[in-house]
Write a protein that binds this ligand. Structure first.
Ligand code: NAG
Ligand code: NAG
Ligand code: NAG
Length: 405
């Protein structure tokens, strides 16, 4: 309701009131109807306002919780991997298990509480695939598994050029496309989380993978220099300017050490010198502008909340077995028997080698880069702890045996 209509409506209300107060005229039937109508619209107006306020409050709630949101109920300062001691690292399965045990959280852990699949409102998977996390392997495996579990991997999203952000119209179109597919469709794209309910569509099953943030950017750096990728790129874009040989030969260590803009990752920047997908959190945070500043604590908090409340499984190919086990149990509709079938599939795949050139990157260079990814690391560890937690909830008694012996 605009201010103007609001005001004229108030004036009308006052007129009616005055009419009754001062003129003491007998109420004609019409006025009674008018009052009823006004009362109803007033209630409706207030209802709309309350709704709006509620969603504003929800937004603010996210913004007001800087670092108090972690999978294990710790603050970010306690969980970052490089601060934790080597042998007692909390960011391992064993470390997470020990932590849950020592804080008495272990025996209250149940898969039921960690199962977002049950919250999905339609039988579709939406895999908002991060770049450079090894998702190709999972996709190939899903293409194999679809015949076993009777689902369909949709290839439309795999051919989309990656766009960093979509306007609401683009998000709605994508949500609509997924909604329009038959039940049992797995839609996969390098895109960010979309709020289906906001566009009046039912929620899909969200999944994704994460990977060590610095390993991801190194992987991207060599991926863009990969000859196979470039052959395809220049065939598709014959007029594109070909990079000089020196660019192809440039090594990541030198790139970081010399302060080359291509290897500078400046916190809170929105604009990038070159596109490099360095924001892993963006794939979870969504299309809001608050999600864009690089390594921003707010974007990370929003991303964590999405994972906690929306994603059924966020796995990591660094822990293939754990990820497959969690997928198998939490999303059986698509991943039943995954751990049984995977070894057969992996055997077949073994001979198809990947031609990614990935020379060694020095540890001090990695450390230098890592310093600019503090919040991205917090998110990455958060996802891994949650994955371990989901796994521990399934395998508590087996793990108890293993860790006791
Ligand atoms: C999680 O929920 C889904 C859907 O309701 C169900 O099929 C699956 O068995 C549940 N998994 C666990 C581990 O509770
Ligand atoms: C990290 O960020 C700082 C600014 O906060 C910048 O001076 C530095 O060059 C950056 N380092 C890398 C490797 O991106
Ligand atoms: C993963 O599972 C396979 C098959 O069960 C097993 O052979 C392999 O050792 C496991 N890998 C790890 C790292 O646990």
């Amino acid at each position: 309701m605009s201010v103007n209509t609001d005001r004229s409506y108030k004036m009308k209300l006052r007129d009616v009131e005055n009419a009754f107060k001062y003129r003491r005229i007998p109420y004609p039937k019409r006025s009674v109807e008018l009052i009823a109508l006004l009362a109803i619209s007033c209630t409706f107006f207030l209802f709309m306002h309350t709704n709006k306020l509620n969603s504003r409050l929800k937004e603010m709630e996210v913004k007001l919780q800087p670092s108090e949101f972690s999978a294990l109920g710790l603050t970010g300062n306690h969980i970052s991997g490089h601060d934790a001691g080597k042998h007692d690292d909390i960011n391992t399965l064993h470390g997470t298990y020990q932590y849950l045990k020592s804080t008495g959280q272990l025996h209250t852990l149940t898969p039921y509480k960690l199962n977002n699949t049950a919250k999905a409102e339609m039988d579709r998977i939406f895999f908002t695939r991060c770049a450079k996390v090894g998702s190709e392997s999972l996709i190939q495996f899903m293409e194999y598994l679809q015949h076993v579990n009777d689902f369909d991997v949709d290839h439309t999203g795999l051919k989309q050029p990656a766009k960093r952000q979509l306007l609401p119209r683009g998000q709605a179109r994508k949500a609509r496309y997924i909604y329009d597919q038959p039940a049992g469709t797995a839609y996969i794209e390098h895109t960010s989380w979309i709020d289906f309910n906001h566009f009046n569509m039912p929620k899909p099953i969200y999944i994704n993978l994460v990977r060590d943030p610095v390993e991801r950017v190194i992987s991207w750096y060599y991926y863009v220099r990969n000859s196979y990728r470039n052959a395809i790129f220049y065939r598709k874009n014959p007029t594109a300017e070909i990079q000089p040989a020196a660019w192809f030969k440039k090594n990541y260590n030198d790139c970081v050490r010399s302060g080359d803009p291509e290897c500078q990752y400046i916190p809170m920047t929105v604009k990038d010198v070159v596109g490099n997908f360095k924001r892993q959190t963006l794939f979870f945070c969504g299309h809001h502008e608050d999600c864009l500043p690089f390594d921003s604590p707010l974007a990370v908090q929003i991303a964590k909340r999405r994972v906690e409340e929306e994603y059924a499984v966020v796995g990591t190919w660094e822990e293939t077995n754990i990820t497959l086990t969690v997928l198998e149990h939490y999303i059986p509709r698509y991943f039943a028997r995954a751990t049984t079938i995977y070894p057969i599939f992996a055997e077949k795949l073994k001979n198809r080698n990947r031609n990614n050139r990935k020379p060694k990157v020095d540890e001090d260079v990695k450390a230098m880069v890592r310093r600019n990814f503090t919040n991205e690391y917090e998110f990455y560890h958060f996802c891994k702890q949650r994955l371990y937690k989901q796994y521990i909830a399934l395998k508590r008694s087996q793990l108890e045996q293993v860790y006791l012996s």
